[in-house]
Design a protein around this ligand. Structure first.
Ligand code: WTA
Length: 664
């Protein structure tokens, strides 16, 4: 290099010291432990995402074959592939590779519903054996690579083991939350033509026991694709076993050995399907694939919880939701962590149960939902103060916006003002946490999910489809660039995937949430902007609930809205138009029947807290129900509805105003 070009290059290039530190840093993208590093790594992930993900994937996982390309992305078709050409098995990364150094380490601690029952400590070696055996049972019963297996189990170890066993042999798991009704279960089984159902005789929830097998039996009356039901014995109740279809897991396990070669999977082979509610139509089976999901859940778990080797991590979610998939099973196990699974509920035997468990196992990272925090904050503080919570280092929140009061209570009483709260924003569709503080790195701010993880590029859009630049702004939250764990499609309906996520705004993923960006660039999620209502952290679409109500013979039509509720975040209110014959009926009985119908079609979670019988609904001339109007009236803002001239029948607004007491 001659002198002149040397001078030139030094004028234009990064200073050598900085370059050196960036290069060193590049080896350690995986664990972000300072704000300066976050800023650097974020910048690298934005300027050269391919190289960023290439490095993370390359250095932190075992592959049978490496990829030919990091990312291929076609926004017009809403098609994305990550690590194409790579081959792997996620269970080799979550289990086998730990066996040498962590064979005796506890992988899963299982705390039963009843504190008097013995807890289980499952080491990585034992997990490996149990997953392999379960995988062999699946094979023995005809499950092959690519087959869909529906898992309908309570929070017992077999739930985690069954998901991993599916992954071991390349079967696609579709876990359905065991609180869903028979009809919700059968529609999910049919949507993806599951071949097998794994369930249990029953489940314990607090002082109750629930007969799961009979719910499955009812569901299977209309599911032609299922030819085998594998049943776990949990509550030792008497169940009917249908010959030729139902088998007991414990008997099957006696007939298989504990080695099962991990199936070679392509990066983009489906790992699982998980259903989530949409604003219209039936639930969407979100499809997650293997390599990208693995890379992102592992990376995000490590950073968001700052997990250290001997820590005990506890996420209180159910594995039936995405939080349980990514942050009870895959994320923690991929990092060789000890993950706690709790079968019960926070109120049993009393409201001190969570804190009792934290003390019992010296839990270091605790991850729960705002609805649980609010419910616990309402109880006598003695339920908290009885227990030693000094092991806690990081507190997490997920599922809905956390209000300031709950945030403060959590921070002061549980974290004793020393544990950062990671308010993690993400979705079933995103596979992993997208916007969240990194504890001890990102300064937290109550109710703010703060900053995106490296590799995630959020943007706010206005209603005319333009990106809103700068800070102190709000808009619709979108993600501008693909990330490895994004859902690839809606099972069996790619058009729906495209319409839902990639049509509202050009070339970007639309989340369905609104958000604001404060003066320093922190994000605060303000809630759904579509017709999805989040009740106790669970997504409920308005359409399926309205369909259930409308099935009542006395009902002509209905619409539901969410209204603020102290514990659940939102509760549901229904506006119901009756047919003539319904008018003369006792409204209290009708309300009960409507709620029973909802419980049986969807699940008790979707029951309405309030039902208003009205003679009409505020609809536009094109027939769209204006839920906004009902929401305004319900929240006492009936005088701020604005122009109702576009309504087909504006007089209906007056009737609703008269009938509805605002929920203040
Ligand atoms: C909401 C759960 C505010 C949001 C992982 C999102 C949140 C929906 C937060 C996805 C949070 C989740 N702050 N809102 N920290 N986390 N949400 O698919 O509306 O069950 O779109 O995934 O929950 O719910 P899902």
């Amino acid at each position: 290099m001659n002198q002149e070009s040397q001078q030139n290059s030094s004028k234009h290039s990064v200073n050598p010291e900085k370059l050196k530190s960036l290069k060193e840093l590049s080896k350690e993208y995986y664990n972000i432990d300072s704000l300066a590093k976050y800023i650097d790594v974020y910048r690298i992930s934005q300027t050269d995402p391919d190289d960023f993900w290439n490095t993370i994937a390359d250095r932190n996982f075992v592959w049978k074959r490496k990829w030919d390309s990091v990312l291929k992305w076609s926004p017009e078709k809403a098609e994305v592939t990550w690590f194409e050409g790579a081959q792997l098995n996620i269970t080799e990364n979550a289990i086998d590779r730990h066996l040498k150094t962590r064979g005796n380490k506890t992988a899963i601690i299982w705390e039963p519903n009843n504190p008097d029952e013995e807890a289980l400590y499952i080491s990585y070696s034992e997990l490996s054996e149990r997953v392999n055996k379960m995988a062999n049972v699946l094979k023995k019963n005809g499950v092959q690579k690519g087959d869909r297996v529906c898992i309908y189990l309570p929070m017992i170890p077999e739930l985690a083991i069954a998901t991993l066993a599916c992954a071991r042999i390349g079967a696609v798991h579709s876990v359905v939350f065991a609180g869903f009704s028979a009809s919700a279960l059968s529609s999910r089984i049919n949507d993806s033509n599951c071949r097998m159902v794994i369930t249990s005789d029953g489940s314990y929830r607090g002082s109750k026991s629930i007969d799961l097998k009979s719910i499955v039996d009812e569901a299977l009356e209309s599911t032609p694709s299922v030819d085998c039901v594998l049943v776990v014995k949990r509550i030792f109740s008497k169940v009917e076993m249908r010959k030729g279809r139902d088998v007991w897991l414990h008997e099957e396990l006696k007939q298989v050995n504990d080695t099962c070669e991990a199936e070679v999977m392509n990066a983009e082979d489906t790992l699982f399907i998980l259903y989530t509610s949409g604003s219209t139509g039936t639930p969407k089976g979100m499809v997650h694939t293997t390599a990208g999901y693995m890379v992102y859940t592992a990376f995000s778990f490590k950073n968001i919880f700052q997990y250290k080797e001997d820590d005990v991590y506890w996420c209180t979610a159910d594995i039936g939701w995405i939080t349980g998939h990514s942050y009870i099973v895959y994320g923690p196990l991929l990092n060789g962590a000890t993950t706690l699974m709790f079968e019960g509920v926070p109120s049993y035997p009393d409201y001190g149960r969570f804190w009792n468990i934290v003390e019992k196992y010296n839990v270091n990272q605790f991850y729960t939902a705002p609805t649980a925090i609010r419910a616990l904050a309402k109880q006598d503080i003695e339920f908290v103060n009885t227990y030693d919570l000094s092991s806690l280092k990081v507190l997490g929140s997920v599922g809905e916006p956390i209000n300031e009061e709950a945030w403060n209570w959590y921070y002061e009483n549980i974290g004793k003002r020393k544990c950062p709260i990671v308010d993690t924003w993400w979705q079933t569709e995103t596979g992993g946490i997208m916007i969240s503080p990194i504890p001890f790195v990102t300064p937290t701010k109550p109710t703010y999910a703060t900053l995106p993880l490296p590799g995630i590029q959020p943007s706010l859009m206005d209603d005319s489809g333009n990106e809103i630049q700068g800070n102190s702004v709000s808009g619709k939250l979108c993600i501008k660039y693909p990330w490895p764990s994004m859902a690839r499609t809606v099972y069996g309906n790619h058009q729906r995937y495209k319409d839902t996520y990639f049509s509202a705004f050009k070339d970007v993923y639309f989340t369905g949430d609104g958000a604001l960006r404060d003066e320093v660039g922190y994000y605060r999620i303000t809630g759904r902007v579509d017709d999805v209502i989040i009740v106790s952290g669970h997504n409920l679409g308005t359409a399926p609930i309205e369909d259930a109500i409308n099935e009542h013979p006395a009902v002509a039509e209905s619409a539901i809205i969410g209204f603020p509720h102290q514990v659940k975040g939102n509760a549901l209110a229904g506006f119901v138009i009756l047919k003539n014959e319904g008018e003369s009926r006792n409204k209290e009985n009708l309300s009960k029947e409507i709620n029973q119908l909802i419980a049986s079609k969807i699940g008790p979670i979707a029951k309405l807290d309030r039902i208003h019988f009205v003679s009409g609904l505020p609809k536009t001339r094109s027939g769209k129900i204006m839920r906004r109007i009902m929401r305004k009236i319900s929240s006492g803002e009936g005088n701020q509805i604005g122009d109702v001239s576009t309504l087909l029948d504006p007089s209906i607004v007056e009737e609703i105003k008269e009938k509805v007491q605002p929920f203040l």
